[in-house]
Every structure is written in structure tokens, then in C-alpha cells.
Design a protein around this ligand. Structure first.
Ligand SMILES: *Cc1c(COP(=O)(O)O)cnc(C)c1O
Length: 397
């Protein structure tokens, strides 16, 4: 029996065919090498501008060594959730060092940034409460909000004035929480956190920022968005991830000790899903030590980013208004972005086309993710490829 004849899942067959017909079907590429500035795909070694590996730590010798040493000492799996038998001295040390690094009162780590949001939001608010959420917040924030059962009021993206209006209109709730992404991953813009802090303080509302793309990128030595704006102690909760700039996998919740203590009592992915694995925890810990000791990688990331922005603009590309290493190369129509990405791939550059429904119709783009893993020669080769494809497709002169 083929799936076409299995009536229980016929609706899925149909929906998959729909996706394919509308060019929305995700074709997943397989990487055949370590994550780095260049990766092997389909047997070809090509330049990689798709990864969130901002600092090049995903294949860093120090992190790999730390993970191997930890495996020899502690094994692989945690064997339990954190609250039963899954907390090792490595997990404790990681949280202590992260708190010191970020100048936060306390930190709890989770298995991922996604689960960090699912642990945090429903622990803070519930049925009779309200969440004010930036319209472009990440899917994991949206899911965390839904799980909390609080009312969700979306305010216009990055718009403190609209947030004020929405707060004034929503008076029937008991507890209130404002949530924003720190860096918005499709445009690379940064949330207006100082204004949000002022509003939160004025109205006595809890404030949470999810700094997944700012962790290891923004702030002094990569200490994140709260450090970037000098807002220590004024943002109640800062969620982050160790899956992007930190090059490993894992979630962070940093903030007031009372809030962290509460998440350890009530955060469901903390209570009911096993702890981070030993090699993950050890590699994350090594990433923190590396960043504490030197900001060389963060400097290199920003140097590469500035160079790419400058040169892309000089070539005549519209690169939107990014304030971070995420460069959106604005192309307009989805078909053009797809074709641009396909030709880049042929020319040896892996960079993703992003179109509706991920971004609005008519705002399709190539998203160029810059990292410290790229050498000057990588950038030069990439720019040459962007120029050729841009000319061939009539995007630049
Ligand atoms: C990537 C991302 C996450 C998910 O982080 P993972 O560690 O990959 O689960 C959560 N929030 C935001 C804003 C993100 O960009």
C-alpha cells in the first residue's frame, strides 16, 4: 500500500503536494564536513554563509578537546532530568560562569533556546495574565506564550509607542509581561530595549528579552544585548542560546535570582526533559572561558561584517537596515531570490533565499550570515560571486 492509498494520512499527502506545487517545500541539504567557513555539500567544498556559527566555535579545537576530556571523566548522557540526578558539577560550573560572564544575578541552562522559552514564559504568567509580544517574535516565544494560557497582545514590530497604546488598552489582567527578540533574525535589526525598559519600569511590568542572535555577538566581548545597552539589573529575564555564537547547543536563562530559582521549580522542560549532555555542557563551558579570556573572535566577526556591508553596498546591493552580522540582500520577488541562491550555489557560495511566508510578500532576500570563521580570502571570493550573479540577474549594474 502506498501512502496515496492510506486514507488516514491522505490529507498529509495532499498538503505535502501543495507545498511542492507552491515552492514552499523545504529541501534539506546535508553537510558532509564540520561546520565552518567552508563546508562540503554534495561532495563540493563551498563557502558557507548560512550558519549561526558567528564565532566559528562549532569546530574550534578548544571546544572539541573540552568535550572529549569531559566524556572521559563523566561519560556521555546525563541519565536523568536536572532535578533528579542529571545535574553534574559541569552543569553547575557552566551556570556559575555564565552568570559571571553576563554580570547576571543567576543563570539556569536548558537543552536549547527553544526549551528555554517554553520553560520561562509559562513559569512567569498564566491564565488571568497578559503578554505583550513584538509582532515579529520567534516561533519559540510564540509557543511559550501559547503554553502559558495568558492573553497574547501583539504590538507593532520595534514600536514602543504602539506598546504603550496596547498596555493602556489592556487593563483587565493581573500580571503583565513584555517579551521581545533581542535581534530579529530576518532583518538583523535590534530591539529598542532602552525604551522597553523605561516602559516596563513606568508601568511595573515584567520584561523579558530573547537574545538568541545577540549572545556572543552584541555587548562587550559578546556579553549580549543587556550589556550592549548597559541595562544590567533592569531587564528581568534574558533568554539566550548556546546553539548559535557559542557553537554548541543549549539554552540560557539569565536574570534575577528569584526568577531563576522559580524556573528551577516550575519550568517544565527543566523538570521533565533530561539535562544537557556532558560533551555539550563541557564545550559550552569552554566557550565561556574562551570569551572571558579574549574578545578576538567577536572583533573578527564585526570586522568581517563591516567589510561585507561596505563592499556589498559599494557593489550596489540593497542590504536593508541590519545592525548585526545578519545581512539581508533585498531582492523583492521570491523567484528572483531562489534563482539568486541557486546561481550562488553553482558559483561556490551557500547562502539562503528567504521568502514569503517567512518574510512579507515582495520582500524576498538572500540572507548572508557573517562569521569569524571566514578568512579575508573567503570574503573576497564570496563578493566576486555576489557581483557576478548580481550582474547576470540584472540586480546591480
Ligand atoms: C534560534 C532561536 C531560538 C532557538 O534556539 P535553539 O537553541 O536553536 O533552540 C530561540 N529564540 C530565538 C529568538 C532564536 O533566534
Amino acid at each position: 500500500m502506498t501512502d496515496h492509498h492510506d486514507s488516514k494520512i491522505a490529507y498529509l499527502v495532499e498538503q505535502l503536494e501543495d507545498l511542492k506545487a507552491n515552492n514552499l517545500f523545504n529541501r534539506i541539504r546535508t553537510i558532509e564536513s564540520p561546520m565552518d567557513g567552508r563546508v562540503v555539500i554534495d561532495g563540493r567544498r563551498i563557502l558557507n554563509f548560512c550558519a549561526n556559527n558567528y564565532l566559528g566555535l562549532a569546530n574550534h579545537p578548544r571546544l572539541k578537546d573540552a568535550a572529549k576530556r569531559a566524556i572521559d571523566e563523566f561519560g556521555i548522557g546525563p541519565g536523568a532530568v536536572r532535578t533528579i540526578a542529571g545535574t553534574t558539577s559541569l552543569h553547575d560550573r557552566l551556570e556559575q560562569r555564565l552568570a559571571e560572564f553576563k554580570h547576571a544575578e543567576a543563570v539556569v541552562t536548558l537543552q536549547s533556546g527553544f526549551t528555554a522559552n517554553l520553560a520561562t514564559i509559562p513559569a512567569l504568567v498564566g491564565q488571568s495574565d497578559v503578554i505583550f509580544s513584538d509582532r515579529l517574535n520567534h516561533a519559540s516565544i510564540i509557543d511559550g506564550c501559547r503554553l502559558s494560557r495568558a492573553a497574547i497582545v501583539a504590538y507593532e514590530h520595534g514600536d514602543p509607542a504602539d506598546l504603550r497604546r496596547k498596555i493602556a488598552e489592556s487593563t483587565e489582567y493581573s500580571r503583565r509581561l513584555i517579551i521581545t527578540d533581542g535581534v530579529f533574525s530576518m532583518d538583523g535589526d535590534i530591539a529598542p530595549l532602552p525604551e522597553l525598559v523605561e516602559i516596563a519600569e513606568e508601568y511595573q511590568i515584567l520584561l523579558m528579552v530573547d537574545d538568541a542572535h545577540g549572545e556572543g555577538v552584541l555587548g562587550r566581548g559578546g556579553r549580549g544585548i543587556v550589556d550592549h545597552f548597559g541595562l544590567h539589573g533592569r531587564v528581568d529575564v534574558e533568554v539566550g542560546t548556546m546553539s548559535k555564537a557559542f557553537g554548541v547547543v543549549g539554552g540560557i536563562v539569565a536574570g534575577k535570582r528569584t526568577i531563576i530559582d522559580w524556573i528551577k521549580q516550575r519550568g517544565r522542560p527543566f523538570l521533565f526533559s533530561s539535562a544537557m549532555t556532558i560533551p555539550d555542557a563541557a564545550a559550552c563551558l569552554e566557550a565561556v572561558e574562551l570569551l572571558e579570556a579574549s574578545d578576538d573572535l567577536v572583533q573578527c566577526l564585526w570586522h568581517n561584517t563591516e567589510l561585507m556591508k561596505r563592499e556589498m553596498q559599494a557593489l550596489g546591493f540593497d542590504i536593508g537596515s541590519s545592525a548585526t552580522p545578519i545581512i539581508p540582500l533585498m531582492l523583492g520577488e521570491a523567484a528572483l531570490a531562489q534563482e539568486f541562491s541557486r546561481r550562488l550555489f553553482e558559483a561556490g557560495v551557500f547562502a539562503m533565499a528567504i521568502a514569503y511566508p517567512t518574510v512579507p510578500k515582495g520582500k524576498a532576500r538572500i540572507r548572508v550570515m557573517n562569521t569569524a570563521a571566514h578568512t579575508p580570502q573567503d570574503l573576497e571570493e564570496a563578493l566576486t560571486a555576489f557581483q557576478h550573479v548580481g550582474r547576470d540577474l540584472g540586480v546591480i549594474g
